[in-house]
Design a protein around this ligand. Structure first.
Ligand SMILES: [Zn+2]
Length: 366
């Protein structure tokens, strides 16, 4: 029952009482009660500020809800959909996915409802990705990659259609979009042949950085990063072909970040192959809420573009094939927990969890 209904019922009661007998004491009591209810109702309305919209679970779609909440809390990404920049970038054509996604994001950020159904978005998504059609639990990271990929395709195609004549004339059709501009970083794998010492660089782009967890009990995000960026030696069956030597040779390989993205997403590899099969690692990974410095892993001279703040977390609680996804997102400087339709404000101290699976950081320098 809402406070407003309580208020209406009290008014009705007051009227009825008034008709019978003048009961100043009762009136005063009811009047105070009514004022109190109205005040509470107003506080409740003020409390509901944009962005705090729960999402209905469409049968095991908590993986989708958690990822959508995280995406909707990333300011540079949301700007695309809320400022109209995104719809301007789209042109009529094969842009159904980006349109339905943008619509859902605006409803989540600007709507006044406590919860909404992501059904329209979900039906377009599963049409493009039928493997997500089943009502079994799906992997949040796989879903996230598919969403970013679909958005990239829609935005890229629109910009290509717009620039068609110019780009084709130059023989140079860009493979970037406003999505890759925000989420895509570049790595360089530097491979050194241990015989002739020649180093070759193999560039690779990434939108989600999958990090190994180097401990079974407790470690830090920095430990995971150090593990990912450490130098490995490739020998025996893993030797690489060296074009200078003309044969397979032992080699060292080391990754380095050559372009840091504005939004960086880390995937903690909790679902790992171990011993007899896939296992879930329940390692506690400690991560900073701000000042995450990526400059030790980057070749950039300035570190101003390598400092990051945490904006959102996808948690996975439970076992490998039987669990529940929730999200922690920062809106207007306050953290909130999103559990499908339930939205709860939480203190900063609750943002560190043992179940973190995906971490969304935004660059502090932008
Ligand atoms: Zn060589």
């Amino acid at each position: 029952m809402t406070y407003l209904t309580v208020g209406k019922r009290l008014l009705w009661k007051m009227e009825r009482l008034h008709r019978c007998i003048s009961m100043t004491k009762v009136e005063r009591w009811l009047g105070n009660k009514l004022r109190h209810c109205c005040k509470k109702e107003m506080e409740k309305t003020n409390m509901h500020h944009p962005g705090l919209t729960g999402l209905q679970n469409l049968s095991n779609t908590c993986y989708m809800n958690a990822v959508l909440q995280c995406l909707s809390s990333l300011p540079p990404f949301m700007e695309l959909f809320l400022s109209g920049k995104g719809s301007t970038a789209l042109q009529k054509g094969n842009d159904e996915f980006a349109t339905v996604f943008g619509h859902l994001m605006s409803e989540m950020r600007l709507g006044k409802r406590d919860m909404i159904s992501p059904e329209a978005f979900h039906s377009v998504f599963v049409r493009r990705h039928p493997s997500f059609c089943t009502s079994t639990q799906h992997d949040a990271q796989e879903f996230l990659i598919c969403v970013l990929d679909e958005l990239h395709k829609d935005f890229k195609e629109s910009s290509q259609r717009r620039n068609k004549t110019g780009a084709e004339a130059r023989g140079n059709v860009s493979d970037t979009s406003i999505i890759t501009d925000l989420f895509e970083g570049q790595l360089s794998y530097n491979i050194t042949c241990l015989r002739c010492k020649t180093t070759t660089a193999r560039p690779e782009s990434f939108t989600v950085l999958s990090l190994p967890i180097p401990s079974r009990t407790k470690c830090s995000l920095q430990d995971c990063l150090k593990c990912f960026f450490r130098q490995d030696t490739l020998t025996q069956n893993n030797q690489i072909y060296c074009s200078w030597c003309g044969t397979n040779q032992d080699a060292t390989v080391k990754a380095i970040v050559t372009t840091t993205p504005e939004i960086i997403i880390f995937h903690l590899k909790r679902f790992a192959w171990q011993d007899w099969g896939r296992k879930k690692l329940s390692t506690t990974v400690c991560y900073p809420l701000s000042n995450l410095d990526l400059s030790p892993y980057s070749n950039m001279s300035s570190s101003s573009n390598a400092q990051y703040s945490l904006r959102a977390v996808v948690n996975h609680a439970g076992r490998l094939d039987y669990g529940h996804y929730t999200a922690l997102c920062k809106h207007s400087d306050h953290w909130h927990r999103f559990d499908d339709t339930e939205v709860t404000r939480i203190p900063d101290s609750s943002v560190q969890t043992d179940t973190a699976y995906l971490l969304f950081y935004t660059c502090q320098g932008h």
